[in-house]
Design a protein around this ligand. Structure first.
Ligand SMILES: [Zn+2]
Length: 213
């Protein structure tokens, strides 16, 4: 099987991570999360690597993860998200009080809704959707078991967890999501997180101060 490639970008006014994934030698790419002001960096990278943006997978509906979708609309990529954040995708202005001036918040059309436990195929690789509410109602993680990497959005961070004081947040739910969906993955699974450095399941299980393993 060809090499699985991941490029991490830190984009937008509050340094949100986005991840571009593709296969070595392939010409299709998937973008996981689309922070505001992502267009030039993402399109430049795609052009330099002869890649076409095929899909955008959104981990959740917060403005700092979705506002870049409208900037990439020329790409005509399929957009994926979870229905529990439908209100945020359709009315991103709901979060404008938490946003920053200069960021345009346009509605995002989701072309495919994903469910907890759903599996789909990406270039012959298995991807499992893990619904992890708590930070917001519709946060999903995209788990590549073979590649041992899980793109988690704002569920958990290195030494921290997603904030739960925003509308629709719940610490009890977040704790359950982390313990049942994240800590049960293979220990050496890399966690590609929405802000800051990546971490691993094993590291957070033994050292995360907010949700002990
Ligand atoms: Zn968030």
């Amino acid at each position: 099987m060809k090499n699985f490639c991941v490029q991490k970008f830190e984009l937008g006014p509050i340094s949100t991570n986005a991840f571009l994934i593709w296969e070595e030698g392939g010409n299709e790419a998937v973008l996981i999360d689309a922070p505001p002001l992502c267009e030039s960096e993402i399109t430049t990278f795609l052009q330099e690597h002869d890649l076409i943006l095929k899909e955008i997978w959104l981990t959740h509906g917060h403005w700092d993860h979705i506002a870049g979708v409208s900037e990439l609309s020329d790409a005509d990529a399929k957009v994926i998200g979870h229905r529990a954040d439908k209100h945020l995708f359709e009315n991103p202005q709901l979060m404008s009080g938490f946003s920053l001036p200069g960021v345009s918040l346009l509605p995002v059309e989701i072309n495919q809704w994903v469910e907890d436990g759903e599996h789909f195929d990406l270039w012959g690789r298995d991807v499992e959707v893990l619904h992890c509410p708590g930070h917001c109602p519709g946060n999903v993680a995209f788990y590549f078991s073979q590649e041992k990497i899980c793109f988690v959005g704002d569920v958990i961070f290195s030494g921290s967890v997603g904030r739960t004081d925003l509308p629709g947040g719940s610490f009890e739910e977040l704790e359950r999501s982390i313990q049942e969906k994240i800590y049960t993955l293979e220990q050496d699974t890399e966690l590609a997180v929405g802000h800051g450095p990546n971490t691993s399941v094993g590291k957070e299980k033994i050292s995360n101060p907010y949700v002990p393993g």
